[in-house]
Design a protein around this ligand. Structure first.
Ligand SMILES: [Zn+2]
Length: 446
């Protein structure tokens, strides 16, 4: 596609690009300028070389140092790669990728880029599909990562697909126009044209373990130092979670916390990225600035991330409760202010579970009413106050590494008490008052 609208979009992307941020890209591009007129060269400087596929590509030649696009894939020999000057959108230059003989495959053309790791980008491309079946379909991606656009399947006319991303710390990455994916192989034919990278104005900040991606207006609501301090505190919380759990989630990759405009299913939703619903962000940051709170919600989601992807989780009877219990380890260990209704300092947040929450211990289990994971969690804190944390650390690691899968929540609860008794050398059931374990059985049996 070569038209005025596209040209404007590219130039806009170029304007966003700050040269002083990325000298490497400029150097790499010099060698390609000869392929273009001056205007085209400026196109190309919107990050992607030969982005509109108007220059020939010979996929049968070994990829040399000057290669713009190269072919990559799972079963490369079962893939067909073709450049032609009339198969793109609007009969311009384009690229075709086809799986041969209906073999489910993962095929891509990729290009190495050097981008600014403190910026947020959108990668997009125009794509057309013919009989695409299965897996991840036609997509654009950051090669060697799980970052990809949603897929296109079936037979569909030209349309634009896109994915947003922050480059890795090195800034070095490869973008891909792809059919299929790791663990998502597809078959069919796909055409690509007009691959564009635009910088999207976002607040992007990285600390040791955390990357924060917010709308600039939300980040600007508080002092830069507020966010910096908060992220340093989240790093400390992350290390505490590790201390408790004994392993890092997502192979120790930085955890991204990202503002999302579309309701993700909660105030925020765990994972990597942790999705944080935009309408709540500014108020939470303002509260952090006012109270020093480390953010109950974000600590909670980070705690979920430590319900490790590589561990047995079948012994956990209530992950919402356990996320808060992990957070309590951080609260005791690091003494943070945490706002939950009101602002508690460190271990004071025990009061939330003991008396303050609607389903606290005092309002449920203590009255013989089978109500409340928050109250149940208080009874675990009560055990901890007797035994210290070590039996919990031992029990959690033991169960994480096991293959136990109790059938009911009551069995899971009892297994946990057994393990705590084993590792503490005491009968932790003695910490329960008469009748409480009965009430808890009812609660867990509901
Ligand atoms: Zn949760």
């Amino acid at each position: 596609m070569k038209n005025t609208i596209l040209y404007s979009a590219l130039c806009l992307a170029f304007l966003f690009f700050s040269c002083e941020d990325n000298e490497i890209l400029d150097e790499e591009l010099v060698s390609d300028d000869s392929e273009y007129g001056l205007a085209e060269a400026r196109h190309a400087r919107s990050f992607v070389r030969n982005n509109d596929f108007e220059s020939p590509i010979d996929f049968n030649q070994p990829a040399g140092r000057q290669a713009t696009w190269i072919k990559q894939g799972y079963q490369l020999n079962s893939g067909l790669f073709e450049w032609s000057n009339n198969i793109g959108s609007g009969h311009s230059g384009g690229v075709r990728i086809e799986t041969v003989g209906g073999v489910q495959n993962d095929l891509a053309i990729t290009q190495m880029l050097s981008l600014n790791p403190t910026k947020f980008y959108r990668l997009s491309a125009w794509v057309k599909t013919v009989n695409v079946i299965g897996g991840a379909g036609a997509n654009v991606c950051i090669w060697d990562t799980w970052t990809r656009s949603s897929g296109l399947w079936g037979t569909q006319d030209w349309q634009k697909i896109s994915v947003e991303f922050v480059p890795p710390a090195s800034g070095e990455l490869a973008i891909g126009c792809r059919l299929g994916y790791w663990a998502g192989v597809s078959s069919g034919t796909v055409y690509f044209d007009d691959v564009i990278i635009e910088e999207v104005p976002k607040f992007v900040k990285s600390s040791t373990h955390i990357q924060l991606i917010l709308d600039e207006e939300d980040a600007a609501a508080v002092k830069k130092q507020t966010i910096k301090n908060w992220m340093a505190n989240l790093d400390r919380a992350y290390e505490k979670y590790y201390e408790l759990m004994g392993s890092y989630p997502y192979n120790g990759q930085t955890i991204t916390i990202q503002s999302v405009d579309v309701y993700p299913g909660g105030w925020a939703v765990a994972g990597n990225p942790i999705l944080w619903y935009k309408p709540y962000i500014k108020d939470e940051l303002l509260n952090t600035e006012a109270t020093g709170s480390w953010s109950f919600g974000i600590l909670h989601e980070l705690a979920h991330d430590f319900a490790l992807d590589n561990a047995n989780r079948s012994w956990i009877w209530h992950e919402e409760m356990f996320a808060n219990f992990r957070m309590y380890y951080v609260a005791e260990g690091l003494n943070p202010p945490i706002t939950q209704g009101k602002t508690y300092i460190g271990a004071e947040i025990k009061n939330f579970y003991m008396t303050d929450a609607d389903d606290s211990y005092a309002k449920g289990i203590a009255l013989g009413i089978p109500r409340g994971q928050n109250g149940l969690m208080y009874t675990l804190i009560r055990i901890k106050d007797q035994t210290g944390w070590q039996p919990f650390i031992d029990a959690i690691r033991d169960l994480n590494a096991s293959s136990v899968s109790p059938a009911t929540n009551i069995e899971r609860f009892n297994l946990f008490l057994d393990k705590l008794s084993q590792y503490s050398g005491t009968n932790v059931r003695d910490t329960y008052l008469p009748g409480e374990l009965n009430t808890i059985q009812q609660l867990l049996g509901q």
